[in-house]
Ligand binder design. Sequence first.
Ligand SMILES: C[S@@+](CC[C@H](N)C(=O)[O-])C[C@H]1O[C@@H](n2cnc3c(N)ncnc32)[C@H](O)[C@@H]1O
Length: 239
Amino acid sequence: MFVHTADVYDAMYGFKDYEGAAAKLRDTIRALNPEASTLLDVGCGTGRHAEFLARDFAVEGLDIDAGLIAQARGRSPDIPFHVGDMTDFALDRRFDVVTCLFSAIAYVETPERMARAIACMCRHLNPGGLLLVEPWFSPETYWDGHLTGNFLDRPDLKISWIYLNGREGDVSVLDIHYTVGTREGVRQFREVHRMGLFTDGEYRAAFEAAGLSSSHDPKGLFDRGLYLGRAGMAGGAAS
Ligand SMILES: C[S@@+](CC[C@H](N)C(=O)[O-])C[C@H]1O[C@@H](n2cnc3c(N)ncnc32)[C@H](O)[C@@H]1O
């Protein structure tokens, strides 16, 4: 999905306050479990959250995209980053906290695969561990037909990415048209991002099926909301 954009991903999302989000996450986690010390960020992309979360936790990251993981390893060589699919991964250890941020969960597209991802993340939780998932839009809140344009204007790097918010049933389809200009030349390409529109009920059912008690903060880190699950004292379900 990010085949053409791994090298410019950080420039495109330079406006995002990852440091502030990591601080909010730390405070949320500390309020629920002051002892939490290990954290896995699933769908970690280029590792921007991991970079800042590593100030307070022993962090690892996992993402399906090897190009983004290469960027993450370049930025933070001391953080272990894994290439893996959130619906089906098995690390040989568990964590006090698992996060899945900036709507990465939606890329699994269907409620069934979302439930598999939640269960898989839950299997990586220590007893009493926390799962924090930042969702994408729901079928009701999605901006159907909205026209989005983003523009980056630096002396040595110009990027525009434009798309219509399309929809196929309960899957949002972003057919993104990019133009990227550097001193080496200008390239144009498209990426189609398909992201599931899951209901509140589907998220809650997935958490419950995984054996997690859950709650929802409608504001969350960036006004996208935040689902919060807690494993029982026996930990996440066995692998
Ligand atoms: C919008 S990006 C968010 C990246 C990062 N969390 C951030 O905040 O910058 C969504 C991420 O989910 C990853 N992703 C999509 N499907 C995945 C899957 N099945 N397993 C693991 N990662 C996945 C993508 O490669 C991408 O890095």
